[in-house]
Design a protein around this ligand. Structure first.
Ligand SMILES: [Mg+2]
Length: 177
């Protein structure tokens, strides 16, 4: 089975970096609870929005992002059983390519470079399963589309869900040899 896995909000916690940089620049701390069903750029004062929208376009934004809980061990187990590809729409953020590549080298060295897809429009992807946090990626996928829960997508309905990586153990039958 070919399983395609998104990076941000699925493997790497980019929301944590948004909150960290916003706190650094404006001295205001938002919590993940305040982001339920939305994104930081939509809840900050309007004058701060252009700054927040630029964050992911800056060098360093994707460097050393925290891991999503249990992603390493479960993706390793998935990779042992299936054909796992990492698929990230990295082209949107030109400085992210090197940082994402380095990040995978550090935390997911078992994912060979041939299994890393840094792309634009994800509708070109072909596989059996796509695990992603955005409906706009899942809706154009021809295989089984699984929404990985993230603060911004909690109000989305209509997709099969993975609420966390522990749930994937059962979904993909990883505990049976
Ligand atoms: Mg994502």
């Amino acid at each position: 089975m070919r399983i395609l896995i998104d990076m941000d909000e699925v493997m790497a916690d980019a929301i944590a970096r948004f909150l960290e940089w916003y706190q650094r620049d404006f001295g205001i701390t938002y919590t993940e609870e305040q982001l339920h069903g939305t994104k930081l750029q939509y809840i900050v004062p309007e004058a701060h929005r252009p700054t927040v929208r630029q964050y992911a376009h800056q060098r360093g934004f994707f460097a050393n992002l925290p891991l999503i809980a249990n992603s390493q061990e479960v993706i390793r187990a998935l990779n042992d059983k299936h054909e796992v590809y990492i698929a990230s729409a990295a082209m949107e953020f030109k400085y992210s390519l090197e940082e994402k590549h380095d990040w995978l080298d550090e935390y997911f060295p078992f994912i060979h470079w041939k299994r890393r897809i840094f792309c634009g429009d994800k509708s070109v992807l072909k596989g059996d399963v796509l695990i992603d946090d955005h409906a706009f990626n899942l809706s154009v996928f021809s295989g089984r589309a699984i929404m990985f829960s993230a603060t911004h997508n909690m109000l989305e309905t209509g997709y099969e869900r993975l609420n966390n990586w522990q749930e994937a153990r059962q979904l993909f039958d990883l505990d049976t040899p």
